[in-house]
Each structure stands twice: as C-alpha cells, then as structure tokens.
Design a protein around this ligand. Structure first.
Ligand code: A3P
Length: 314
C-alpha cells in the first residue's frame, strides 16, 4: 500500500493536534515519549510520530521476525551489520578478502535491515531474513511484535556519548537553519526531550522486558561490544538462532565478522554516500572532549537517579 508523507500527516492530524509540544516546537509527546512530527528529515516520514502511529495501526509481525531495537545513536548501525552478517554467513564468506561481494561491502547496514517506522518501509514492507529494526520504545511497539513473541535485541550506550553523537548527527541531517548549539540540545536531552526519548526511559523499558522475558529480549551495550566483541558477538549469534560452531570458533569466523562490521571497514564503504552520517568516530568516551564538567555531573546524576536499583552501568 502506498503511504506518502502527506497522507500520513493527514491521516493522523487530529490525533497529533492533541499532543503536547516541546518548548522549541520540534517534538511531540506520544505515549510518554517524544518524536519529530510532520515534514522532518528530507521530507520523509522517518521516525516521526505519524510513522509510529502508522506502524502501530498497520504492521503485522511474524513470529519469526527479529527486531533490532535502540534509542538513536546507540550503535544501531553496528548492530544491524553484525546481525545481518551473522544470519547470512553461510551465504557469504565473511572474510573481507574472500568475499568482496558481501552486501555490507557495497551497501549500508540500513539497506540490509530496514527500520519499520520509515516512509520507505511503510510504502514497501518487504524484507529478507526476518531482520527488522526500530527506535520505538518497548511500551509503544506495535502489539503484534509482543503477541507474536518476537525476539528483540536491544542495544544501549552511555548517555553522554549518545548526546554528542546525536548533536553531530542532527547538525548534519537537519536541512534547515543554523547549527544547533550543544548547550541547547543538552537542555532538552536532559529533560528527556530527545527524539524517541527520554533516553533513560527508553533504556528502562527494554531493560525490564529483558528481565521479564530474557529468552525473547537480549540487552546489549555498545561499550561491551567495544571491549569484548568476540563474546558479545557469540551471545548475539546464539540469541539469533545461529550459534557459531566449534569449527567456526576455531577457524576465525567470529573475528572475520567483527572485522567486516568494524567501524573502519563500514566507514570506508559508506564514505561517499549519504550514509556517511552514520559513521562519525565510533569511540567510547568521546563526549569528554565536548561536555563541560557541569554537564557531565548533571547527566551522571540523572543516570544514577533514573537507573537506581537497576544493574545498568556504563
Ligand atoms: P559517534 O557519533 O560517537 O561516532 P546509530 O547507528 O545508532 O545511529 O549510532 C551511531 C554511532 O555509532 C556513531 O557514534 C557512529 O560513529 C557509531 N558507529 C557506527 N558504526 C559503527 C561500527 N561499525 N562500530 C562502532 N561504532 C559505530
């Protein structure tokens, strides 16, 4: 079914008009989370509140579907690449030298695993391998994802690095006006008003789902993937239903997948396309070069309070 941006805006205009607006009027609050709305991001319905409403109304998950979920800028692109490479490894030899035709060496991870709340997916809901992605918070996911008992892999990341990554990203993709000041984004991010935020509530939703349904919801951290990629990738493969065999573990298959999906490789592949915005630096703790001591203290305090009693640390 053809859904265009204008149709979506028209379809949900009454519902959207009742939502509260952020002080800068950029975001709308829907089911306790904030979203862009209307004509955002190159005139596509990507991640807007209208797109979320449309997938809630129309999307039917299959029990075999696996969702890669995240708050924006937490390592979504990396997770998509890893999951795609793992699930398809019998089809493509994953060694970079041995398989120059691997899709990840020519197209973006976002073309391999589509987001459901985008105009392109709403227009053409076709996908291979049962892998899909979403930034929608757990409590707002289309009902069929939960009722079909779909597996979900969630990735999260330290909020200070998320803020800095988001700041760079928004300044690259916003096609209007002058660059956004970090202090302004810091103000709204720390109040929970980030796209698909609050960041902390987003994490908590999936964290609790992981505690309740550990066999269906896997909870990963960007920092763990950086620190110990081999172990995390093995856990991921097992959860995806494609565990590495003993032979694969000893013949270097895990390492090959890590190299194929590594920042260096993907950054090079996507350098000359519009996808380059998804590969900036890929470093843990980069926020230390941008945030003031006061900003760091504020964010650490919020994180401590929000995650009190939960074992989430970065
Ligand atoms: P930085 O802006 O800190 O560099 P998302 O994919 O959720 O949009 O997150 C983007 C962040 O992940 C960016 O962080 C980006 O550089 C980083 N990233 C993208 N691909 C990566 C990879 N293969 N390995 C590690 N980090 C990666």
């Amino acid at each position: 079914r053809k859904e265009t941006m204008s149709i979506l805006i028209e379809r949900y205009k009454d519902k959207v008009s009742t939502l509260s607006a952020s002080p800068d009027n950029q975001l709308r609050k829907y089911e306790d989370f904030w979203y862009f709305h209307g004509f955002w991001h190159h005139s596509k319905a990507n991640f807007t509140v209208e797109a979320v409403m449309a997938v809630q109304d129309d999307f039917q998950a299959l029990p075999t579907d696996i969702f890669l979920a995240s708050h924006p800028k937490t390592g979504t692109t990396w997770l998509k690449a890893l999951a795609f490479a793992i699930v398809n490894r019998s089809q493509f030899k994953t060694g970079i030298a041995s398989c120059p035709t691997h899709p990840l060496l020519t197209i973006s991870p976002h073309d391999c695993v589509p987001f459901i709340e985008t105009e392109s997916f709403l227009n053409n809901p076709s996908y291979a391998n049962g892998l899909l992605a979403t930034h929608i918070p757990y409590t707002s996911l289309p009902k069929s994802i939960i009722t079909s008992d779909c597996r979900i892999v969630y990735i999260c990341r330290n909020p200070k690095d998320v803020l800095i990554s988001l700041w760079h990203f928004l300044n690259k993709v916003r096609d209007d006006s002058s660059p956004m000041k970090l202090v302004d984004l810091f103000e709204i991010f720390s109040k929970g008003m980030s796209p698909c935020g609050s960041f902390w509530d987003h994490v908590i939703g999936y964290y609790k789902a992981n505690l309740e349904r550990p066999d269906k919801v896997l909870f990963l951290k960007y920092e763990d993937l950086k620190k110990d990629p081999k172990n995390v990738v093995k856990r991921l493969a097992k959860f995806l239903g494609n565990p590495f065999t003993e032979e694969e573990e000893s013949d270097g298959s895990v390492e090959k997948i890590i190299e194929l999906c590594g920042f260096e490789t993907l950054h090079k592949v996507n350098k000359v396309s519009s996808e380059q915005v998804y590969f900036r630096k890929g470093v843990v703790g980069d926020s230390g070069s941008y945030l003031t001591t006061e900003m760091i203290e504020t964010l650490d305090k919020i994180t401590k309070e929000k995650f009190d009693g939960l074992s989430i640390s970065f």
